[in-house]
Ligand binder design. Sequence first.
Ligand code: RP5
Length: 163
Amino acid sequence: MADRTPLVAVIMGSKSDWDVMRQSADVLASFDVPHECRVLSAHRTPAETAEYVGQAESRGIEVIIAAAGGAAHLAGVCAAHTLLPVLGVPMESAALKGMDSLLSTVQMPAGIPVGTLAIGAPGARNAALLAVAILANSRPELRERLRNFRAEQRAKVLRETLA
Ligand code: RP5
């Protein structure tokens, strides 16, 4: 895309989430979608999180991907501060293997939605693909790239041979 103003914000509660969440960034980069990645925590940096999310729409951001683990309130807190679509990615946690993160992210009371993806890497990749699909609704060239991605994925599966 010619305009490099970030369209997607990928935020995560800790730098320890980056190993997984870089996969969201990689997918967005593979579709040439301008994005930015930030560490912001619902618990450790509540004021900065609210400020960042509150200003996101006016800066041109159209989708927010929010990842957190444990008592994972980040996506819900983000959704409370913006009208932009928020996609939540539960991080796998040491204590409960991400079940805590999943429930904290997915169980939003009615009124403030978070679109919750799978725990960990599949969720990170799918959040980016869903962000691409949202952006593609009004961007035909992006829709074409998404169509090509699906076709390549399909062809790859059909090429698989079992020894
Ligand atoms: C959450 O707590 C983060 O999203 C991370 O998944 C988890 C652990 O964070 P660290 O203690 O590794 O910084 O806020």
